[in-house]
Design a protein around this ligand. Structure first.
Ligand code: GLA
Length: 707
């Protein structure tokens, strides 16, 4: 049986699975792949390849000697629950939803597995396990796993650090278990983000890939396992800490959604499936204003006249939203104090935030404010009054990081206190936007309310509940997820926010890579990307304005630069970039992200193509000196093959010749010649070797009327 069934129509290649009923036992998933797979039969589904597959829930009792998908045991009752053999009670298959319920009486467990087809062609799955037996069922893990065909022999995931998120890493799939665990209580700066299996040498535009993401903002795991008998599987779930889930009779554990996607056109096809899904979310930003955030301009030094001046200059360059970052609340003069005391500091803001908010609004901009609701500094009124409100395993205070600790939001009184404080501030001034930060990992995260037992799962739910309640109370506010940069970026948080802060690294050269790979999961309109100061604060590198602006251009565009130090010429140049972004924003934030492969490691290529193929914007990014003089061909996919296109430079493009290479024509890369979509896809246009740290943006536009 196929899921989703062939009757479901969509514009996108879909991930489908083939389920094989196994009598009373849980059905096996024989195959997972795209509906456009080369092994597809006449119905559009594969008809020839059937691997051994994997049960819907992998159990030891199915002769599964690999890592079980359900791991747990019972205490205080007869323990047959460590090894289950569920019998199917019901299988309810609709067009976009399949639900299987099963029971194991001896184990005293009931299982419900839900699979859903999502817009964009993704599939998501989750399991619910209910303890029906006596005593306590202690759950240690519950994963959602799909089979992967044998030709998917390479694995990609991500690693990283503060100011260096989402560095791709490659592995060869071999027999055994590959397990990536996230234990920080948030997806993390160095988290896997996704695990993607692909055919040998798969790239952004080529290869068959199958990817997984765990839609959860707490601890998670990603797993790839190959067994000589069962072949390869790919999956993930929540990482549960010891004792975190102990089910009494009648209690449920519901796993996070585990989201799978597939593509026969490389990583870009997979990214497109995720982006399409994100664009279907109720919280998706339909309009992404151009932001100015004052963090790197003033840090903690909040001086009203200076902020007014920056706001005036921001309005002059066309900024649409002004964001006051960290430093506005009680006692927050640096990062050693104040977190938890969410009221405006009268020493710094004697008249509250209304004067700055009103000033910003009078200039035609929205006003945004920074919070870090889950945190507390020991040097704060809150901590002095309630030292026991932190996450800790007992009396021992966890190691400080950035001088702060994490509040135990799983305790109702703590949650309510933070909720009411943040709500009060949001109600006190005209606030349009909140940057919600989370600047440390959860460490020894136990709850005092429950004898110090592990509370990461409860904390993650409490975070969602806090954000959801504030969203409901303040429906006009847009929310940004930040965690020391890109430390909390996942589909759980994207269901609730309109923007993410991609990285604290605002050096544009480094940012090119971070944005490219965060885009593997997240659509460009979410990715906060700011023009920083000429000398990057993180790297000390000096980069030209055009390079910085062209780097931020495709994302949720903004400015982090202290505009009070910018010259008139610089302000004019920045204003031109802002205007250009606004003009092209409808294309940039609705089109298909493409990352054409570049044979030259010193050159990165990326862009966006309109969904109807009518136009595209491509970036040729010369990062460094090239080893050759050959230049690069930029291939543009997804245009209408028979249509004719014109190609023009966008923004200031440095056309000067480099040694032994040529000057670029004024009229555009094809010197004004029109080119068909077919030629642009197959051959592309040529960009000769450029000077390092330059971007050549090209607008490709259909030249003839559309049919
Ligand atoms: C984190 C964020 C920054 C800034 C600071 C403020 O590091 O990523 O953008 O908001 O906190 O303390």
């Amino acid at each position: 049986m196929l899921f989703p069934p062939t009757t479901t129509t969509t514009d996108h290649p879909r991930l489908a699975i083939e389920l094989d009923p196994a009598g009373d036992l849980l059905p096996r998933i024989l195959w997972a792949g795209t509906t456009t797979s080369t092994t597809a039969g006449p119905s559009g589904y594969p008809s020839t390849f059937r691997g051994p597959g994997v049960p819907l829930l992998g159990e030891h009792a199915h002769e599964l000697f690999t890592r079980p998908h359900l791991r747990g045991h019972r205490v205080g009752g007869s323990d047959a629950a460590w090894s289950t053999r569920f019998l199917v009670q019901d299988l309810d298959a609709g067009d976009s939803r399949l639900v299987v319920t099963a029971e194991d009486d001896a184990a005293g467990l009931r299982l419900t597995t839900e699979l859903e087809a999502l817009p964009g062609g993704l599939l998501r799955g989750r399991h619910t396990v209910r303890s029906t037996g006596a005593g306590t069922y202690v759950l240690t893990g519950l994963d959602v796993v799909l089979p992967a065909s044998d030709d998917l022999v390479e694995l990609l995931d991500f690693t990283g650090r503060h100011e260096g998120e989402r560095t791709p890493q490659r592995h060869t799939v071999t027999d055994g278990l590959w397990l990536r665990e996230g234990r920080e209580g948030r997806p993390g700066l160095g988290g896997a983000t996704m695990a993607v299996l692909g055919t040998r040498g798969f790239g952004t535009r080529s290869g068959t890939v199958l990817g997984v993401h765990v839609a959860w903002s707490g601890n998670s795991c990603f797993r790839v396992e190959r067994s000589p008998d069962l072949g390869t599987t790919l999956g993930g779930g929540e990482l549960l800490q010891p004792g975190e889930v102990a089910l009494g009779t009648g209690e449920d554990y519901v796993s996070p959604w585990v989201v799978f996607g597939a593509s026969d056109s490389g990583l870009d096809g997979l990214a497109e499936a995720f982006h399409t899904y994100e664009r279907s979310l109720a919280a998706h930003p339909t309009h992404q204003p151009v932001v100015l955030n004052v963090w790197e301009a003033v840090w903690f030094d909040h001086d009203l006249p200076r902020l007014h001046e920056i706001a005036d200059r921001a309005a002059r360059v066309g900024i649409e939203r002004f964001v006051l970052d960290d430093g506005w609340f009680h006692g927050r003069r640096d990062d050693t104090a104040g977190l938890g005391d969410w009221w405006v500091d009268p020493d710094v803001w004697p008249e509250g935030l209304t004067p700055i908010a009103d000033h910003v609004r009078s200039l035609g901009m929205e006003f945004g404010l920074w919070f870090e609701p889950e945190m507390v500094n020991p040097d704060s009124e809150l901590f002095r009054t309630h030292p026991d409100w932190i996450l800790a395993t007992g009396a021992r205070v966890p190691q400080l990081h950035r001088n702060q600790l994490v509040l135990d939001l799983s305790r109702e009184e703590v949650w309510q206190h933070v909720h009411d404080r943040v709500h009060a501030v949001l109600s006190s001034a005209p606030i349009d936007y909140v940057k919600w930060d989370h600047n440390r990992e959860l460490l020894e995260a136990g709850s005092g309310a429950r004898g110090g037992s592990s509370a990461v799962r409860a904390q993650t739910f409490a975070f969602y509940r806090l954000l959801d309640s504030l969203r409901e109370l303040h429906p006009g506010i847009d929310w940004e997820s930040c965690a020391s940069g890109g430390g909390r970026i996942d589909l759980g948080v994207l269901e609730r926010t309109q923007r993410v802060w991609t990285s604290d690294m605002t050096d544009a050269l480094a940012r090119q890579h971070i944005q490219r790979w965060t885009g593997q999961l997240v659509a460009p309109e979410y990715l906060g990307a700011h023009v920083s100061s000429p000398v990057a604060h993180q790297s000390g590198r000096t980069l030209p304005l055009d390079f910085r602006a062209a780097t931020a251009f495709f994302g949720a565009f903004g400015v982090e630069w202290d505009l009070s130090t910018a010259t008139d010429d610089e302000l004019d140049a920045l204003a031109a970039w802002v205007a250009l972004h606004k003009q092209l924003r409808p294309l940039l934030h609705t089109g298909r992200m493409v990352r054409p492969e570049s044979p030259d490691p010193a050159v990165l290529l990326h862009g966006v193509v309109a969904t109807d193929g009518a136009e595209a914007l491509l970036a040729h990014v010369q990062l460094d000196e090239s080893a050759s003089n050959r230049g690069v061909l930029v291939r543009v996919p997804h245009l209408v093959p028979e249509a004719t296109y014109e190609l023009r430079w966008v923004g200031p493009v440095d056309r000067r010749a480099t040694s032994r290479s040529v000057e670029m024509p004024e009229a555009g890369p094809t010197a004004g010649a029109q080119v068909t979509g077919a030629v642009l896809a197959a051959r592309g246009y040529w960009i000769p070797r450029r000077r390092p740290e330059t971007v050549a943006l090209v607008h490709v536009e259909r030249a003839e009327p559309r049919q």
